[in-house]
Write a protein that binds this ligand. Structure first.
Ligand code: FES
Length: 577
């Protein structure tokens, strides 16, 4: 990447607010003085927006109040002027109906905060699932110098001498409770021990997947994504991140200088080698479209055929993110991928990704496998197509029982989540272990917000018979911490008249993961008849943000962004009057 000439103070964006000698600048300076700063604190210095998604309702970001101080310390030390700007916190455990409904709202907020205030650069503080893509989507569209500070995973969960993994062990023990194998006392023990420190989920869920993808994209300092949140090295990383952004402003090093096609391939490769979350398809496609980089879901499938899964981390593997960090973290994993990574890609520290991972070692060969001894040789994710999903669907083969990779069975259909919740455990439900469970109307517009309902529950009577996996199909997403033979993101979704809407009880469905096929075995004339009789359901919202969402959200294969936010002519700088 060609080095740009170092910028001068009067070339800073913030100079328009602070540096000129007019009435408006007087107002900006006098109001900065009101906050206790003197001119020497900011004059001629890069103004760094610290976009912080801390909130008392977000347990994954509990430590971000303190980390923001550490980021700001680094900014001061490097000669910048930090301004912390709180932004909407998308709290995965609490926000209803789903944080995904609001990802684009945080992206818009990030972009507009950066545009409307005197920011020369920004530190983006996120980690809990949707916060990471949202902050970056907004930063890509604004394209000011930006660096990402990941929240870091929480410590391993603890219960009766066993490690517990976020989400994954919740689903596991919930199934055991429903099957009658554990009681309320054990269940309470899991509740108290599964989340015992600040930080995001510590399985290879969406949070760990996306922060790692962002590091592989080149948008964090090397090693940032793997450090557990409570570790003192996480605090050190926050300060180093604050220091670095100031130089990035002087160097005019922007996200779109970094996030090119090589970088996105590296991010997808990292996701696959991590056994990462299916949600990464939606988020990385959305990010790439913001960056103007061609990336579609088929690229994931192409790379999946040659990228081995090396991270032995739940839900695909055995360990947790704390183990992954002690074993060398993402740098070691990327180094082990060798020529599967394009080391020439640039990164925020001004070095290439190859330079950043050179010499990184894995300290535990069981946690970070070698290419000679992978956890899974390939197909960390698989993109399916067929008459049931003409726009594509995704499945995570390493997290399902292998006997179901090729499977045909008769459909048991639920028209929406409420229908499923009401009937799934009904002893009279006509279902057996070979059935294919189908959930309709759980997609971007149908649910709405494409919630993480895709790990459809196994009927209680089958759990009691010992069944722990079945083929399940929906247009929903699935938590990255979930597992099972769950076909997700079926596109187009049923709510807009995709073929999933026309499946009926008793239809045969064929899943063939090696052939990447998902087929509804109903003849075309009958499907055309059902299509003609189909009526679109009424919209979920008639006012407010929801109506904007329903009008503009794209389908899963397009990233579920708003159509008007995708790459287009840059929005101009605001007038300063
Ligand atoms: Fe925040 Fe899982 S709940 S990352």
């Amino acid at each position: 990447m060609a080095q740009k000439p170092r910028r001068k103070p009067e070339e800073l964006r913030s100079h328009r607010w602070y540096g000129v000698n007019d009435l408006r600048s007087f107002g900006h300076r006098s109001r900065t003085a009101q906050m206790g700063y003197t001119r020497s604190d900011y004059a001629g210095k890069p103004v760094i927006a610290v976009i912080n998604t801390w909130s008392e309702i977000n347990p994954c970001h509990t430590h971000f109040r303190q980390r923001a101080e550490e980021v700001k310390r680094g900014i001061w030390q490097a000669g910048g002027f930090p301004i912390e700007m709180p932004a909407m916190s998308l709290s995965e455990p609490f926000q209803k109906p789903t944080t995904m409904l609001y990802r684009n709202l945080l992206a818009m907020e990030t972009e507009e905060l950066l545009r409307s205030y005197p920011a020369d650069g920004c530190v983006l503080m996120g980690g809990c699932d949707k916060t990471t893509p949202a902050l970056l989507m907004g930063a890509f569209s604004m394209n000011l110098p930006a660096i990402f500070m990941p929240a870091g995973p929480m410590l391993r969960g603890d219960f009766q001498g066993q490690f517990l993994g976020s989400g994954s062990d919740t689903w596991k023990y919930w199934a055991e409770l429903r099957a009658g194998n554990i009681g309320e006392a054990e269940w309470k023990g899991v509740e108290d021990g599964i989340a015992r420190s600040p930080g995001h989920c510590m399985t290879m869920g969406t949070a760990s997947t996306m922060t790692s993808a962002v590091e592989a994209l080149g948008l964090t300092l090397p090693g940032a994504a793997s450090i557990p949140a409570p570790d003192s090295r996480h605090a050190q990383m926050a300060t180093l991140t604050g220091k670095r952004i100031v130089d990035m402003v002087w160097e005019d090093l922007k996200p779109l200088d970094i996030a090119d096609a090589r970088a996105f391939d590296n991010a997808v490769t990292a996701v696959l080698a991590l056994g990462g979350s299916t949600n990464s398809l939606v988020h990385l496609v959305a990010l790439a479209r913001r960056a103007g980089v061609p990336l579609d879901i088929d690229r994931f499938d192409t790379l999946a055929r040659k990228v081995p899964v090396l991270a032995n981390v739940r839900p695909a593997g055995k360990y947790l993110m704390e183990d992954f960090f002690y074993a060398g973290g993402l740098r070691a994993l990327l180094a082990r991928l060798g020529d599967l990574i394009d080391g020439s890609a640039p990164t925020v520290n001004g070095r290439t990704l190859g330079e950043n991972i050179a010499g990184a070692k894995a300290w535990n060969d069981d946690v970070i496998r070698s290419r000679d001894d992978p956890l899974v040789p390939h197909d960390g994710l698989a993109v399916l197509r067929g008459n049931l999903a003409p726009g594509g669907a995704v499945i995570k083969p390493p997290a399902m029982e292998a006997r179901l990779l090729r499977h045909a069975g008769r459909a048991v259909v639920f028209r929406d989540y409420e229908d499923m919740a009401a009937r799934i455990d009904d002893p009279s439900l006509d279902v057996d272990a070979d059935s294919v469970i189908v959930l309709q109307n759980a997609g971007p517009r149908g649910a709405p917000g494409m919630p993480e309902w895709g790990q459809l529950p196994i009927p209680k009577k089958l759990l009691q018979q010992g069944v722990r996996d079945m083929v399940r199909i929906s247009d929903a997403r699935m938590s990255g911490t979930s597992y099972g033979a769950c076909v997700l993101h079926v596109t187009p979704e049923s709510f807009v008249g995709g073929p999933l809407a026309f499946v009926r009880d008793g239809d045969r469905i064929e899943l063939d993961v090696p052939a990447r096929r998902l087929q509804l075995l109903v003849d075309e004339a009958e499907l055309a008849h059902r299509h003609a009789a189909w009526q679109p359901p009424p919209p979920h919202f008639t006012r407010g943000f929801g109506t904007l969402y329903l009008k503009h959200v794209t389908q899963a294969d397009q990233g579920c962004d708003f159509d008007f936010l995708e790459a287009g002519a840059a929005t101009g700088e605001p007038e300063i009057h």
